[in-house]
Design a binder for this molecule. Structure first.
Ligand SMILES: [Fe+2]
Length: 124
């Protein structure tokens, strides 16, 4: 664990789980950064091989289609187990560019605000 002790890790984990803050995409603090159009992760590709996104508690992830260049808000079907698998830069390099890294961003949008509002109401 490098410079951190096991105790430090456990404390950090408990703080993250028990935190009263709403954690959104990229584990952002939506109490602090939950205003519409706030960029939580700017337009980018990941450096790793694969990024696997599960269902998020909050919408706000957008991807870009390589064939159209259009931005697409990520939505999972309401029922079922799904993953969004996105290529990163390492896959792009390993395949000589055959598979391109996926562009994406995370931005607080109207759908994010609706979920924040719904969760705030249901917590009271
Ligand atoms: Fe990313």
């Amino acid at each position: 664990m490098g410079q951190y002790s096991k105790h430090h890790f456990v404390e950090y984990y408990i703080d993250a789980v028990d935190s009263p803050h709403l954690l959104g995409p990229t584990a952002s603090d939506l109490v602090k950064y939950g205003q519409k159009d706030t960029i939580l992760a700017g337009f980018h590709t990941d450096l790793n091989c694969l990024t696997i996104h599960g269902r998020s508690r909050y919408p706000g992830l957008n991807i870009w289609a390589r064939n159209t260049g259009k931005r697409i808000p990520v939505r999972f079907p309401p029922i079922g187990r799904y993953l969004l698998v996105q290529a990163g830069k390492q896959i792009e390099h390993l395949t000589g560019g055959l598979i391109k890294a996926g562009f994406h961003e995370v931005v607080v949008n109207e759908a994010t605000l609706q979920v924040i509002h719904y969760r705030n109401l249901s917590c009271k």
